[in-house]
Design a protein around this ligand. Structure first.
Ligand code: TYD
Length: 203
């Protein structure tokens, strides 16, 4: 027996979320689990405004950015809800924990948390997997893989964001958050990810 679950991946830029999501979806699909894989920011119009700001094309204040992510998430949740209702497990690359860690650094964290957590249209995930990698490793991976850096990809920002994620998690005791040591081989990480996710899906 499996239940349609809402699973979120979080981590620093370069923490290996993409690789782990693709390894997990392959394995769950071969188990016969129906899936919908998605990410934030979305491909909707709000997601486009956000990407322009992340790339430095448009200047936005941290609060403006937090509000754009909130609007993007509200639209996204309408789709997520439909998928869950149709019996699919949803796997999402980043969710509101990113807003708490990234926008929460530069604007009022409480406001960012309350606006997301108290919004009636925003769904609480069944599990959040935080792929934890030392900031220096992420920095190397970003350097090796990108022609240019987004606004949150400087070495100083990466360190601060990891600390903020950990602070935020301690404020959310009623959330199912798993810290996964992701500074290991992709196969070892994938094994822990699969075990954690199947506990939720098969519960
Ligand atoms: P992107 O390059 O799309 O994906 P990733 O780094 O996850 O592979 O970058 C998304 C960026 O958006 C990333 O730097 C984190 C940031 N972000 C926020 O600042 N707040 C949010 O609420 C979300 C969902 C993402």
């Amino acid at each position: 027996m499996s239940k349609a679950s809402f699973i979120v991946f979080e981590g620093l830029d370069g923490s290996g979320k993409g690789t782990q999501i693709s390894m997990l979806t392959d394995r769950l699909e071969s188990d016969g689990i129906k899936l919908f894989t998605t990410c934030e920011p979305t491909q909707f119009a709000t997601g486009g405004l956000i990407r322009d700001a992340l790339g430095g094309l448009t200047k936005r204040s941290p609060s403006e950015l937090a509000a754009l992510f909130l609007a993007d998430r509200i639209s996204h949740c309408a789709v997520i809800k439909k998928m869950l209702d149709s019996g699919r497990t949803v796997i999402c690359d980043r969710y509101y924990y990113s807003s708490f860690a990234y926008q929460g650094m530069d604007t009022d964290l409480r406001w960012v948390m309350d606006s997301n957590l108290n919004c009636p249209d925003i769904i609480k995930p069944d599990m959040c997997l935080f792929l934890d990698v030392p900031p220096e490793v992420c920095d190397h991976r970003i350097e090796a893989g990108r022609a240019s850096r987004e606004i949150y990809e400087t070495p100083e920002a990466i360190k601060k964001i990891r600390a903020k994620y950990l602070d935020v998690f301690s404020l959310l005791p009623d959330h199912n958050i798993r810290l996964i040591n992701a500074a290991r081989s992709a196969q070892d990480v994938a094994k822990d990810v699969y075990e954690a996710v199947t506990q939720v899906i098969k519960s």
